[in-house]
Design a binder for this molecule. Sequence first.
Ligand SMILES: [Zn+2]
Length: 411
Amino acid sequence: MKPFSLCGLFFCVIFYLTIHNNKAAAQNCNINTAVQLVYQDSIESYIQHLEDYETRFMIAPNRLKIALWLGSKFNSLGIDSVRIDTFETHTVHSNLGIDTTTKQYNVVATIPGITKRKIIICGHYDSFAYGDPFSYAPGADDDASGIAACLESARVFSEINLTPKNTVEIIAFAAEELMNYGLGGYDIHAAKAEVNNDTIDLVIHNDMIGFNDGNWTIFFSNYPGCESETNLLAFVCDTYTSLNKQFWPPNMGPFADRAFYSRDYKSVYIEENFDLNPNYHKVTDLLSNMDVSFCAEATKLSVAGAMQYDLFGVTTLSGESPVFNETTFSVYPNPVQEKARIEFNLETACYVDLSIYDVTGQKVETIEKGKREKGNYSIEFINDNLNGFYFINLRIDNKINYTKKIFTHRP
Ligand SMILES: [Zn+2]
């Protein structure tokens, strides 16, 4: 061996040890135990079973049968509390000449926590493929892969006998693929949660997590107001998986997830390098065209993400002392008519960006921006032209976000 390559080898070993030690130092042993229990074999068997239905098209007649199987599967994996939420949705699909109302079935598996605050892990079980989706739409990656992550999370949590502080809901949603034409499973669930005043602290959303672009790339959404939760998923990605992470631009996100984050439920969407997947919505979306080991790595994000949040919340990641006391951030009155007062307290000097976003994540107005000293702030906001739901977002030092939902109504 030549000295040069020896040196290179030495460097690699040191580099590996450094990375490895950094990872190990950040790891929590309970979470580490759980992610080690994520098995490729089980993930493969769930996806195979779902593919074997041949179609899971949301208006094909087998949807109740699939929902019942999912319910009994959650039971057999050790989750005692499973329910089927039935709802009706109207679908219009001009390409397919379909205009119909159907009954749909969300499958909700619950691990009760000490509190009723919720962490949701979810995916959608319906599928679509061009051709004749009534008879064939295998949907192995879209989104049996996400459902496999849900089932495997349930299995692992049962195996470690997880007793969370937060209530963990693992949900196989119905009716995603045609939802641009009506209310899908996500909308129904999120709307119901809002009516019930449920507190949902984190939604981990798995949609298409089985295609490996060759670089093990996983994408995270980065919704305005959800940066802390996105950082949490990025942290568990670095700490517990071998995936390489990327982020979508802040304003990008599928309609499905908007059901949650537009209601101020913090949400992170996890997806493969979708642009490169040649099988999307095709009859070739098959297990044989997926990388199950990639799907297993991506599944660890749900297991570790939910546990990390449950154990530590989102605030302890950086190890820095908090610069902001969340309880001091207020907007009143709300609903807002001509004007409102926004108050917050900075515990150290920091860079502040106080802005308003609409429900699609577009910034509509900047109220305050720049370096501000430690102290109490009370800012008058004059509403010139906003009507409807908006978010007031306070971004601190370009990394931490606090969001208040407001309803504006000019008389
Ligand atoms: Zn999908």
